[in-house]
Ligand binder design. Structure first.
Ligand SMILES: [Zn+2]
Length: 444
């Protein structure tokens, strides 16, 4: 469900830009379709039969992807850590053709997006749910496997501590993840005719994936502070304070940390915020695990009261608190949900920072009890000694300083109660820590 694709401020859209939305591609000619089908060995029947016009049909989605790859033009635009020349910027289409024996649609590996067996790609249900950008990134990723690059067990992130081979050893290895990230970086920095929305998607996808798919992390992360007010978002990055416009979101939307930055989340729907560039579009969150709600999965939570994507130790978790006070946690290697926890009476919300400053995952109840939950064991700890102060909305870190958002919307030093001077004239309803990465710098 795409409930929002709305915000743009200054991005320039040229008529010559290639489309990014499946509904905007128009019909493809029979001859062009035949050429793609032959060149890539497309098993048209497995995609539901040839479809030249309807962008909601899987065959046309694949044809759209190939059209995008063939039609994109790139030009060198300076150095970037993700651009290493694994694939020549002028040569994506020919390279992809060389690395593809055949493409078919299958339903045999429901937790995967796609897989490559000897140059034959099988696109799964998850592939069909992706945006154009996500699908193009997937086929480019799969094509790299044809040259013999495989994955390895992950040392951190959602697939850590499992036997799932989902990660590359390093960016320098030049495997499927690196080739995929290089493509996204080229879209952001080097493309001459791709739509600004497609570019924004590429930046978010590059951040959302590169932060966990390489065992030697190519990104430097720093923690920033993000406040939500009626007027907009305020990002505090070290000594810098940036104001960001607020996309149109439902009144009940909550501001959440995500692995790529932040999202505004309302129930099962979420809007990704591109923190690095205020001129860019905000998009349905296909980049953090808030996207999980888009696919049916076994034992999915029955209702959504509060959600967190949270890193604890070397692991990443995605957890949901239901209206009944049960916690569901996603089992990444298995592609389904763990059985929900026992219910906590009067559970109100998750928090990830306690009043004493400790980080973790906690359930706060309506009477102010704070119950730690360990997502690795899916067990509750003993309630904290502190209760949640009724005049506190959130705790967060401003560098090394623990700050509190009070009920009036002011940000104060948590210990002294003195207002933070740089934020004195803002009134926030929410305050969260968010990660920023050095792959794409923050634009004022
Ligand atoms: Zn792969």
């Amino acid at each position: 469900m795409h409930f929002l694709l709305s915000l743009f401020l200054l991005s320039t859209v040229y008529a010559a830009d290639l489309p990014y939305d499946d509904q905007e591609f128009g019909c493809i000619g029979q001859a062009a379709a035949d050429r793609y089908v032959r060149a890539f060995g497309v098993d048209v029947k497995s995609f539901g039969g040839l479809e030249l016009c309807d962008g909601s049909r899987d065959t046309k989605k694949l044809l759209n992807d190939l059209y995008l790859i063939e039609g994109s033009t790139f030009e060198a635009a300076g150095e970037h850590k993700f651009i290493r020349g694994y694939v020549d910027r002028q040569n994506y289409f020919e390279w992809l053709k060389q690395e593809t024996r055949g493409v078919r649609r299958g339903h045999d590996l429901p937790y995967a997006t796609a897989y490559n067996s000897g140059g034959y790609f099988t696109m799964q249900d998850g592939w069909a749910k992706l945006s154009t950008l996500g699908r193009v990134g997937t086929i480019i990723h799969e094509a790299r496997h044809t040259a013999g690059y495989r994955h390895y067990a992950c040392t951190f992130g959602p697939y850590a501590n499992s036997r799932t081979a989902g990660c590359d050893t390093s960016y320098e290895q030049g495997g499927s993840h690196a080739v995929e990230m290089e493509y996204y970086a080229r879209v952001v920095l080097e493309s001459k005719n791709l739509h600004p929305v497609y570019q924004s998607m590429a930046r978010l996808m590059a951040l959302g994936r590169s932060n966990f798919v390489f065992n030697k992390n190519p990104l430097q992360k720093r923690e920033a502070l993000l406040g939500l007010s009626a007027a907009g978002l305020v990002l505090v990055d070290g000594g810098q304070v940036y104001e960001r416009a607020l996309p149109a979101v439902p009144a009940e939307a909550r501001l959440k940390r995500t692995s790529f930055g932040a999202s505004l989340v309302a129930g099962e729907q979420s809007l990704a915020i591109d923190l690095s560039d205020p001129t860019e579009f905000s998009l349905t969150d296909d980049y953090s695990y808030y996207k999980l709600f888009q696919l049916p999965r076994d034992r999915a939570p029955t209702s959504v009261k509060s959600t967190e994507e949270v890193d604890i130790g070397n692991m990443r978790y995605f957890t949901v608190l239901s209206n009944e006070g049960r916690i569901s946690s996603y089992n990444f290697p298995e592609g389904n949900w763990f059985a929900a926890s026992n219910p906590v009476a009067d559970a109100a919300t998750f928090v990830t920072r306690a009043p004493d400053g400790q980080a973790g995952l906690f359930v706060v109840t309506t009477d102010g009890s704070i119950l730690p939950f360990d997502p690795s064991t899916r067990r509750y700890g003993l309630p904290l000694k502190d209760r949640w102060p009724s005049d506190s909305a959130a705790y967060a870190m401003l560098g090394a300083q623990l700050v509190v958002l009070n009920a009036e919307g002011e940000v104060l030093d948590a210990e002294s109660g003195v207002g933070v001077p740089s934020l004195a004239h803002y009134r926030f309803t929410e305050l969260v820590n968010v990660p920023l990465y050095d792959a794409f710098e923050v634009v004022p």
